[in-house]
Design a binder for this molecule. Structure first.
Ligand SMILES: CC(C)(COP(=O)(O)OP(=O)(O)OC[C@H]1O[C@@H](n2cnc3c(N)ncnc32)[C@H](O)[C@@H]1OP(=O)(O)O)[C@@H](O)C(=O)NCCC(=O)NCCS
Length: 154
């Protein structure tokens, strides 16, 4: 299978926080942000595999700063590692200051998506080709997390 780099599937998504996305105190409802994280990840997974993948896992979801109604929110999803039929995807959620264009990290998460074949069963994903030291570091860390999780489960 033809290897792909993380930059080939890098996905950026921009959302405007409207009143229907907020809770009773006017900040973004966590479930809405989680749904945007899922969508952004699924686009990155689809770009990497060329077909639909499903969410198997969400890890390390942290809401670090509030997002308010009227905020512009930028999500970035990148493939950290590709295994056999699964991929770990890192997602950043940032609030963009409309005046300066500066971004501040509000939430992040790691998701695992599994590529499915026509039979609905897990199907191999293209290998991930690291282009930079950062790509290599993220892939190594993801592999280590997966190794630890698997050994804890066995
Ligand atoms: C994800 C799913 C397809 C895995 O199917 P399965 O038959 O259990 O697959 P396997 O045990 O053979 O594992 C397949 C791969 O998925 C990975 N995987 C399965 N469950 C996982 C989990 N909870 N966390 C992380 N990885 C997982 C395995 O590590 C394996 O990875 P690899 O092929 O890269 O080594 C299946 O559990 C499923 O359909 N879950 C529901 C998905 C869903 O509905 N999501 C929400 C809507 S999109």
């Amino acid at each position: 299978m033809h290897p792909k780099t993380p930059s080939e599937s890098l996905t950026e998504m921009t959302e405007l926080v409207l009143p229907q996305h907020t809770n009773a105190i006017g900040t973004a409802f966590g479930g809405v942000i989680m749904s945007w994280i899922d969508i952004c990840s699924s686009i990155a997974a689809k770009r990497h595999c060329g077909r639909v993948s499903v969410t198997a896992r969400v890890d390390a979801l942290e809401f670090k700063a509030p997002i308010k109604v009227g905020d512009v929110v930028c999500l970035t999803a990148r493939i950290n590692a590709a295994f056999t039929s699964s991929m770990e995807i890192g997602v950043r959620v940032e609030r963009e200051d409309a005046g300066t264009g500066k971004r501040a990290l509000c939430a992040d998460a790691r998701t695992t998506f599994v590529n499915l074949g026509d039979d609905g069963k897990p199907s191999p994903v293209p290998p991930l080709l690291s282009e930079t030291e950062e790509d290599q570091r993220l892939a190594t860390e993801a592999a280590e997390r997966r190794r630890k999780r698997r050994s804890a489960q066995s």
